[in-house]
Design a protein around this ligand. Structure first.
Ligand SMILES: Cc1ncc(COP(=O)(O)O)c(C=O)c1O
Length: 292
């Protein structure tokens, strides 16, 4: 259960944080959201998440009441009241509710509502980073960019949920989806990276993916460390031939992939470049904490 929830700038107990059945996020998935975590109470890469929230809202023509400054204040207030050292923060902005009205036309909507959910977060166990996870290449394709662009982080995650459901039914930890043209896209809540012959490769943004905040940070780290990096169109055969595979996400950090569809990746354990990037990622967080 979230420890605190901010509802339109008022912090309330989780049990008092209620959403109207006429809310457009509830009815249509007509909302945007962000998730990030804190380390020692400090939000990590919050600015990047807020910028993406603003971009998602712009793409949907969803006005943010009070702009990003107000959202930032709401996050700070909720975090302050939660006292959680390690929290997951979810910002949700819905196009709002008009009591009694169910009308798909966004022109009939009232004022958007801003929610911030802060919950204690239990990180992925270190043993999982040491063993690596299993990934399933699923049959569910990622939404086409010209239908529902995955770059918009909307509250409609049905595509992702169906893909994850398929992966879980096959005993995997996370899925990886192809796009409609058969190129690698991303996981349900993660971006995917491959290593082949010392080169780090990840699907280009025009593969139709979410521009992951962790993805961008890792690409910056890799370039700073002189690791050759490619953002390109990748195929299933690249995934299957990779020396190393890992997924990235704000809650998962850099999570090594040991198997794809039951077949070991490389030696079947986390690879050297993957572990180097995980280490560099965590060092970046530690350095930011020291500066605060
Ligand atoms: C579809 C999708 N791709 C990638 C990611 C990873 O993004 P980030 O690194 O910003 O958490 C997420 C995060 O939830 C996601 O939902």
């Amino acid at each position: 259960m979230p420890s605190v929830v901010s509802v339109n700038s008022s912090v309330v107990r989780p049990e008092d944080a209620l959403v109207s059945v006429f809310d457009r996020g509830f009815l249509f998935g007509d909302s945007v959201y962000e998730t990030f975590r804190t380390y020692d109470g400090i939000p990590w890469l919050e600015d990047e998440h807020l910028v993406r929230l603003g971009n998602s809202a712009d793409r949907m023509g969803l006005p943010l009441p009070g702009g990003l400054a107000r959202v930032r204040d709401d996050v700070a207030r909720a975090l302050n009241e939660s006292h959680e050292a390690t929290a997951a923060v979810r910002i949700v902005v819905t196009r709002g509710a008009k009591v009694g009205l169910i009308d798909l036309d966004p022109g009939t909507a009232g004022t958007p509502d801003v929610y911030v959910l802060v919950r204690p977060y239990t990180p992925v166990p270190e043993a999982t980073y040491r063993s690596g996870i299993e990934l399933a290449l699923v049959g569910v394709r990622r939404n086409a960019r010209d239908a529902l662009d995955p770059a918009i982080k909307s509250g409609n995650y049905l595509n992702n949920m169906l893909a994850l459901r398929e992966a879980k039914s096959r005993g995997a930890y996370e899925c990886v989806m192809l796009n409609k043209d058969g190129f690698l896209a991303e996981g349900s809540t993660s971006n995917v990276f491959l290593v082949k012959d010392g080169v780090l490769a990840t699907p280009a943004l025009d593969s139709g993916i979410l521009a992951g905040v962790t993805r961008a940070y890792l690409l910056g780290l890799a370039r700073a460390e002189g690791i050759p990096v490619r953002e390109i169109l990748l195929r299933e055969s690249d995934l299957r031939a990779a020396d190393e595979v890992f997924i990235s996400g704000s809650l998962k950090e850099v999570l090594p992939v040991a198997r794809v569809d039951g077949t070991p990746v490389g030696a079947g354990r986390p690879g050297a470049l993957t572990l180097r990037l995980l280490h560099a990622y965590r060092s970046g967080i530690a350095a930011a904490r020291r500066v605060r």
